[in-house]
Design a protein around this ligand. Structure first.
Ligand SMILES: [Zn+2]
Ligand SMILES: [Zn+2]
Length: 284
């Protein structure tokens, strides 16, 4: 999926000097929506549910927003749609009008996303060793649709390699396999900023884009232990989402700051007592 650069994340909104993409293909990928080619130790995995090519070269155009809304996320299988989004062969004539984008992504119609508070507390605890070493950690948030609410029930921390401003997942098949077995849909992702505030970097925006294209409610949670901040973000549905979907750049790169590309996700409800299963695949 989106490729990460080993560079400082740039806080666009603060008007800091932006670091331009040096254009080197990268060591970093993240999260998890990408499928890493190959299989694990002789085990054959069927086509993954989130099968974005991990090795799309930087020049590969990102196809525009698909014209049809994704099917209701009743099962994780709907994530197959990622293929349609990521493959360069998508028919660009299907670019939707502003109107259809607006209808589809009007934030007032987003279903509620229920986030157990344990998502943040357990994740930060699991990330602590990395955080102390100034290394990012990432995880995938999955769950179920119930009474028209998207409820995060399982947090999966995949095998990964992090740096101070990036996190590269591997063996994603393990994630998909687990989701398949437990009928879990993908509701978002979470990562730490060990030394920075909670915001979405340019790379984070690109990482998040396919999540939100597949499910308009998908959220990105950013935990900043140093500043004691947690951010719940989405791309602005009517502007940031189509903008990022059509941005061809990779690695850290500047984006215009106005209108805003992302915003706080106000369709989130934090539940203090909601249960959470955690799957840590890092040592498995
Ligand atoms: Zn980040
Ligand atoms: Zn971009």
């Amino acid at each position: 999926m989106k490729q990460w650069k080993g560079k400082k994340e740039t806080v666009v909104k603060k008007g800091d000097k932006l670091e331009l993409d040096k254009g080197t293909p990268t060591n970093y990928t993240i999260p998890s929506i990408a499928k890493v080619p190959g299989s694990i130790a002789g085990v054959h995995y069927p086509d993954s549910i989130m099968n974005i090519p991990a090795d799309v070269p930087p020049a590969t155009p990102v196809p525009p927003l698909p014209s049809a809304p994704p099917p209701p996320p009743t099962t994780a299988v709907s994530l197959n749609k990622v293929n349609d989004i990521a493959l360069p062969s998508v028919d660009r004539s299907k670019k939707p009008s502003d109107t259809s984008v607006h209808d589809r992504y009007d934030t007032s119609v987003l279903r509620r996303v229920v986030v157990p508070v344990k998502v943040m507390t357990l994740f930060q605890a699991m990330a602590q060793t990395n955080t102390h070493k100034n290394i990012e950690t990432c995880g995938v948030l999955t769950g179920k649709l119930e009474k028209n609410e998207l409820i995060i029930t399982h947090m999966i921390v995949p095998k990964q390699k992090g740096t101070s401003d990036s996190c590269m997942t591997s063996n994603e098949e393990e994630i998909f396999d687990y989701q398949d077995q437990h009928n879990l849909i993908t509701i978002g992702w979470i990562h730490t900023h060990p030394t920075q505030t909670a915001f979405l970097s340019s790379v984070d925006l690109h990482t998040h884009c396919p999540y939100q294209l597949l499910m308009p409610e998908a959220i990105a949670i950013v935990c900043s232990p140093k500043y004691n901040e947690t951010g719940f973000f989405i791309l602005t549905p009517n502007y940031g989402l189509p903008f990022i979907a059509n941005c061809r750049k990779s690695g850290f790169h500047p984006h215009p700051t106005e209108p805003p590309l992302f915003k706080v996700a106000d369709h989130v409800r934090i539940e203090n007592s909601a249960p959470l299963e955690v799957l840590d695949l890092r040592k498995a």
